[in-house]
Design a protein around this ligand. Structure first.
Ligand code: NAP
Length: 491
């Protein structure tokens, strides 16, 4: 299958004439040939989005919402097939891939509704015979740059609110997951998004992404990815005074107190640490455990980890799929080495699997480290793989301090049966998302999503919070007194 760019309503070959291969990380098979576009392709897409902007921003918002509603319906009809494609393209097991598509469906219906809400507000004026209100305006061309780990959900979190607010879009998906982006844009086209309103350009961050950051016709950048790239995005786009939203890495922790339901906690830990092979921004990579139950939890957890079955995500028996590529496996290997050098105790895993059937993919055994100190590199740096570090603490205060110590602030969780401890944790855990008696993953699309501190720059995605990023507030004053009234001066 050979993919094309989508520019001004046309599926077109890249001007560069270059292609690269999209590979199944589970078995090395080629999934698609993908344009390696040049900056010129990106510029043509920006031009198309700029040309379409004025018409689209004036297109009634409820009608924009109706198109998104149709997008949701098509996604629903094609959920199974899209999830299969996702598993082939990026490796996550089928049920999780279906959940990823479901997030897109939920977001489509939610943002379709915003077409008839997008509430502003009215408020009294301090002057007589004067009316005051605040409304939401579109901003312009939205540059959407996404990572590979949620190939459907993350693009929809960005593109749908951008569209319902009246912006046009230029979209550069991660080079590792072009196929799902291609399918999504086909669906937008089928649902009736007019030509030029959404434009898709495949290619590298250095060529296509960089052009979005630098081109003055792109008004805002919505970026999800690593901290390293995020800092670069903030610098280049920030210098040009673009509005920039950054959703970056995580080093999320689950706290398990001595009064916790351990069966429940273990289920939550396994799901959070090894789901998507640990390649979720909200994945749990630190386990902060009360000293009274540390030994018991470690032993029970290790036994469950040993039972996890590695394999291709389309095989029914698979619990944990592959990592995205060889580089990711090497990174995990390096951290396993670093952990051991730092004095952490390797409890389970720590190696590539030896089974012949897994040699063609990028697999790594689910790994548990014990006796990890909170300041070790494996406990502070994002590994983005199936590696979990257990840290022993003496009480809740220490657990919260350890949780908050890292530079990231995306998600955290606590297992406890004590309501007082739960509420203290809600108040004191310094992350954008907090779970009580559930793992660190499982965000729902109608609540704000994002992190504090090093995880981003303060914006939130999803829910109504997304509208605040993709629209501009306009304050409107209507004076019907028939005379000059001076605010702050006339009584
Ligand atoms: P990445 O390497 O930073 O890439 C993210 C996107 O940025 C890709 O589309 C990439 O293109 C593009 N890019 C690279 N260089 C660029 C440049 N100079 N200018 C503009 N764009 C550029 O991240 P990733 O490996 O795909 O994703 C994993 C990271 O994302 C992890 O750190 C994870 O925690 C984070 N993440 C965060 C959230 C959240 O909501 N907080 C959610 C999911 C993932 P190429 O693919 O072509 O390199």
């Amino acid at each position: 299958m050979k993919l094309k760019n989508y520019i001004a309503g046309q599926w077109v070959e890249p001007e560069s004439g270059r292609y690269h291969q999209d590979i199944d990380p589970g078995n090395g098979e080629v999934v698609a040939e993908v344009p390696a576009s040049s900056p010129r392709d990106a510029e043509r897409a920006i031009e198309a989005a700029r040309d379409a902007y004025d018409r689209w921003r004036k297109y009634p918002a409820p009608k924009r919402g109706e198109i998104l509603f149709r997008v949701g319906q098509i996604l629903q009809e094609r959920k199974h097939e899209l999830a299969q494609k996702m598993t082939r393209e990026m490796g996550k097991v089928y049920t999780e891939a279906a959940g990823d598509v479901q997030e897109g469906i939920d977001m489509a219906f939610y943002m379709a509704g915003e077409g008839r809400r997008s509430f502003g507000y009215t408020t009294p004026s301090e002057l007589p015979d004067k009316f005051a209100m605040a409304t939401r305006d579109a901003i312009g061309v939205a540059g959407i740059i996404t990572p590979w780990n949620f190939p459907m959900a993350i693009p929809t979190w960005k593109i749908f609110p951008a569209l319902v607010c009246g912006n046009t879009v230029v979209f550069k998906p991660a080079s590792e997951t072009p196929l799902l982006a291609y399918e999504l844009v086909h669906i937008l086209e089928e649902a009736g998004v007019p030509a030029g309103v959404v434009n898709l350009v495949f290619g590298s961050g250095a060529e296509v992404g960089e052009t979005f950051l630098q081109d003055p016709r792109v008004n805002l950048i919505s970026f999800t990815g690593s901290n390293e790239t995020g800092r670069h995005v903030a610098k280049v786009a920030g210098e040009r005074l673009k509005r920039v939203s950054l959703e970056l890495g995580g080093k999320n922790a689950i706290i398990v107190m001595d009064d916790a339901d351990l069966d429940l906690a273990i289920d939550g830990i396994l799901w959070s640490a090894f789901g998507t092979s640990g390649q979720r921004c909200t994945a749990c990579s630190r386990l902060i455990v009360h000293e009274h139950i540390y030994e018991e939890l470690e032993a029970r957890l290790a036994a469950r980890i040993r039972q996890l079955k590695l394999g291709h995500g389309l095989e029914d028996a698979t619990d944990v799929g592959p990592l995205i590529n060889e580089k990711a496996v090497q990174k995990v290997e390096q951290y396993v080495e670093i952990g051991q050098q730092e004095g952490a105790r390797l409890v389970v895993g720590g190696h590539r699997p030896t089974e012949a059937a897994l040699q063609r993919g990028h697999y790594f055994a689910p790994t548990l480290f014990g006796d990890v100190r909170p300041d070790m590199r494996i406990a502070t740096e994002e590994i983005f793989g199936p590696v979990l570090s257990m840290i022993r603490v003496k009480d809740l205060d220490e657990a919260i301090e350890v949780n908050n110590r890292v530079t990231y602030g995306l998600s955290s969780s606590i297992f406890t049966r004590d309501v007082n401890r739960a509420f203290r944790a809600i108040r004191d855990l310094a992350t954008g998302i907090v779970y009580i008696n559930a793992g660190t993953i499982g965000a729902e699309i109608h609540l704000p999503f994002g992190g504090t501190r090093g995880t981003g720059n303060g914006h939130r995605e999803a829910g109504t919070a997304a509208l605040d990023f993709f629209s501009e507030w306009k304050a409107v004053y209507v004076d019907y007194s028939g005379r000059l009234q001076r605010a702050q001066i006339d009584a």
